[in-house]
Design a protein around this ligand. Structure first.
Ligand code: HPA
Length: 236
């Protein structure tokens, strides 16, 4: 037990899906897992464990942003012994060839976060996805004929950037595909503690073209992403 998590030892499976939104964690548990059991509800940051394709798997909400995700992920690894962590989220699009509903498999996560920067002093650490999980997700997405891109994303601490073109322009010119708020810290903690991590995002709103997903498409796209992530979680 921790101040943020009242689960008992063994309540979590070794693999977990990490949405930001607690209600999305509940939606995943109730619609995809067999026999889901609530294991954490501190601060309503819900966590569940159930069965997917015969294997135990968990889903734990992280809240929004890197400081919040960092707390849950640090404890999932160090207190509960989790080994495979897969973020399932949404992101804004930073390049016109990424269409709404496309998946982005975050091969790397650039960031403006001091949580990552401050740890490495003069060095710029490159937070990377676990290669085996990335390859597995890409193979499975291809087999399911899902549209996906693998590459660099931006994990920003700022959602409301007044002048996003000035802020993100150089990153966009270097091929950064999308912007979200969690992956870089997830990858940094996974590297620090020697576990596997991957962030998979559905692009829901393109900053460049203004294209946005509608509510119905959002639900079906998120469902496809969740099934992919669950397969990667249990099969590696
Ligand atoms: N910025 C940051 N995070 C996001 C966005 C965005 O535009 N869209 C979805 N998650």
């Amino acid at each position: 037990m921790t101040p943020h998590n009242h689960a008992k030892p063994g309540d979590y499976a070794e693999a977990v899906l990490l949405p930001g939104d607690p209600l999305r964690a509940q939606w995943i548990a109730e619609n995809f897992l067999e026999g889901p059991r609530l294991v954490n509800s501190v601060r309503n940051c819900l966590g569940f464990t159930g069965i997917w394709k015969g294997q135990r798997v968990s889903v734990q909400a992280t809240g929004m942003g890197q400081p919040s995700l960092g707390i849950y992920v640090h404890e999932l690894i160090n207190v509960y012994g989790l080994k495979r962590l897969i973020r399932v989220g949404t992101c804004g699009g930073l390049n016109p060839w990424v269409k709404v509903r496309d998946l982005i498999l975050a091969q790397g996560a650039s960031t403006d976060s001091s949580i990552v920067k401050d740890r490495f002093g003069a060095y710029q650490f490159a937070p990377l996805a676990d290669w085996a999980l990335l390859r597995s997700a890409a193979d499975k997405a291809k087999a399911k004929a899902m549209r996906f891109h693998a590459g660099n994303i931006l994990s920003s601490d700022i959602f409301y950037h007044g002048d996003w073109e000035a802020a993100y322009g150089k990153l966009m010119a270097h091929g950064v595909l999308g912007v979200e708020m969690e992956a870089a810290v997830l990858y940094t903690l996974a590297a620090r503690f020697g576990v596997q991590a991957l962030a998979i995002c559905t692009m829901t709103d393109c900053l460049v073209t203004g294209e946005e997903i509608d509510a119905e498409q959002r639900q079906s796209s998120l469902g496809d992403m969740v099934e992919l992530a669950l397969d990667v979680a249990v099969e590696g």
